[in-house]
Design a protein around this ligand. Structure first.
Ligand code: NAD
Length: 486
């Protein structure tokens, strides 16, 4: 995949083209270029250089040079640097949010929240102490476990939340004493490149390098001998390729991959009270969120009422360009994903399932699909089995909680899930049976800098955020001392 359809090439004169890579503290360009499409219009509006192997080699060399003095800085110094980075997010929130909406499509309000959240998460993570651990101390021995930076971390991000998904791994890498090379998706490179430009003055030269490029740039990074770890966020399919390629140099990997989150709604809830929360959790960013609610299991006693309440939310939600005020759903981010979701919708309609709301695709310009809710769908249908990553969500009926848990767990995904009930104790006991990295009660998508996030099963390997996440950017080293003099 590469964000430059043939029909958009050759229009360079009309496109904004003031974007550059950041290599060794300097703006840099490439021979190849990449067009960036505004998903609300389907037309290219900007172009960026697209890095080749030579730019990657230069960035790796710069990062390796910068990593040496950076690892010698104290946590306090690196915490201060992360603080300056967070301040850049805050100071440029309006500009970054607008650019993000332009290239990604999400409503401006959600873009603003993403930028603010990046700052909050960065500050929160850089407050977490990383202390040596005393494993054993007795008369004769003292054994400590200490943590050291890995060296250079390659960060590869997807197109759905480029700022937020860069900020977490970037903070982790920098705070723990590593240098970084950050590569955004070819669909959404602009905010990340602009961020590189803004951060160049608040970080030492070479500590952060930003390269725009296609999937092949990601592949080269995963195989590069000068990169010690890959922090990858993207699809399960690409994640498997990353892991296979990283094996060649035994790079460490953190893989944050796709999900097919189930929300189980018990019979004691008020459907009208829960519907707005569930709707937002499923349709935020038009469903293009790894941890969005992607399947709703509703108890048969409240099934019809919940279907109606959710459908009412869908009918209320305004769809349009993310720059328009009051818009709740922007376009799908790219044509490939749009075609995939439209295909799922058509297949769902042909299956005889009941479309409760939405379902009519306007047909352009732009990649718009209205919020669509589907009832009476077969459990084996693709919409239930696969990660749709778009605004079409099935509502499935259950009678018995054990059956709901079994169906929720009957998937290769295991990112997160939630249980909704007035009885939080009962809901918590059910939530604990979900085979996921995070199980919520009466909420969904709630993450914090101090709480680990990541996937079970094929939804990933490792965790981001928290002390657990930070330590995965470091190598543990045992210092084992025999106290007796020689
Ligand atoms: P993608 O896997 O196609 O691409 C993600 C990034 O990887 C891009 O920068 C791409 O250029 C690069 N890439 C592609 N192939 C590669 C390869 N073989 N080697 C190295 N890099 C490669 O994913 P996408 O379509 O951009 O993003 C959507 C997916 O990301 C969804 O499945 C979503 O659930 C997932 N996601 C997961 C999380 C999480 O935290 N678990 C968060 C957001 C999105």
């Amino acid at each position: 995949m590469n964000g430059q359809p043939a029909e958009n090439r050759g229009q360079a004169a009309n496109l904004r083209s003031d974007f550059a890579h950041l290599i060794d503290g300097e703006p840099a360009t490439s021979e190849a270029w990449l067009d960036v499409i505004d998903p609300a219009t389907g037309r290219a509006f900007a172009r960026t250089p697209s890095a080749g192997r030579a730019e990657l080699d230069r960035a790796v060399a710069a990062a390796r040079r910068a990593a040496m003095p950076w690892r010698e800085r104290s946590f306090e110094e690196r915490r201060a640097a992360v603080g300056r980075m967070a301040q850049v997010f805050r100071d440029h929130q309006a500009e970054l949010a607008e650019l993000l909406t332009r290239e990604q499509g999400k409503p401006l309000e959600q873009s603003r929240a993403e930028v603010t959240r990046a700052a909050t998460q960065a500050e929160g993570m850089a407050r977490i102490p990383i202390e040596p651990e005393l494993l054993l101390e007795d008369e004769t021995r003292r054994i400590e476990l200490r943590y050291y930076p890995l060296g250079v971390v390659g960060i590869i991000t997807p197109w759905n939340a480029p700022i937020n998904l860069a900020a977490g791994p970037l903070t982790s890498a920098l705070y723990t004493g590593n240098a970084a090379i950050l590569k955004p998706s070819p669909y959404t490179p602009l905010t990340t490149l602009r961020l590189g430009e803004l951060l160049k003055d608040v970080l030492p030269r070479g500590v952060l390098n930003v390269l725009a490029g296609g999937d092949e740039l990601g592949e080269w990074m995963t195989a590069h001998p000068g990169i010690d770890k890959i922090s990858f966020t993207g699809s399960v399919e690409s994640g498997k390729k990353v892991m296979a390629s990283a094996a060649g140099t035994l790079k460490r990997v953190t893989l944050e991959l796709g999900g097919n989150d189930a929300a189980i709604v018990l019979e004691d809830v008020d459907p009208n009270a829960v519907a707005p929360k569930l709707f937002f959790a499923a349709f935020v960013n038009s469903g293009q969120v790894c941890m969005a609610v992607k399947r709703i299991y509703a108890h048969e006693r409240i099934y019809d009422a919940l279907c109606e309440a959710l459908a009412a939310e869908a009918r209320k939600a305004k769809m349009g360009s993310g720059l328009e005020p009051g818009v709740a759903l922007g376009p799908i981010q790219n044509k490939e994903q749009y075609d995939r979701v439209v295909g799922l919708l058509e297949e769902t309609r042909r299956s005889g399932a009941r479309i409760l709301a939405g379902g009519e695709v306007p047909g352009g310009p732009g990649y718009f699909i209205p919020p669509t809710l589907v009832a009476n769908l077969d459990e084996g249908s693709r919409l239930v089995r696969e990660e749709q990553f778009g605004p079409i969500v099935p509502i499935l009926k259950f009678r018995d909680v054990d059956d709901a848990v079994r169906r929720a767990n009957d998937t290769r995904y295991g990112l997160s899930g939630s249980v909704w009930s007035r009885d939080t104790e009962r809901a918590a006991a059910i939530a604990a049976r979900l085979e996921v990295g995070t199980a919520w009660v009466n909420q969904h998508r709630a993450t914090l800098a101090t709480v680990p996030f990541g996937g079970a099963k094929e939804s990933g390997i490792g965790r981001q955020y928290s002390v657990l996440g930070l330590k995965s950017y470091m190598e543990p080293r045992v210092i084992s001392i025999l106290k007796q003099p020689l």
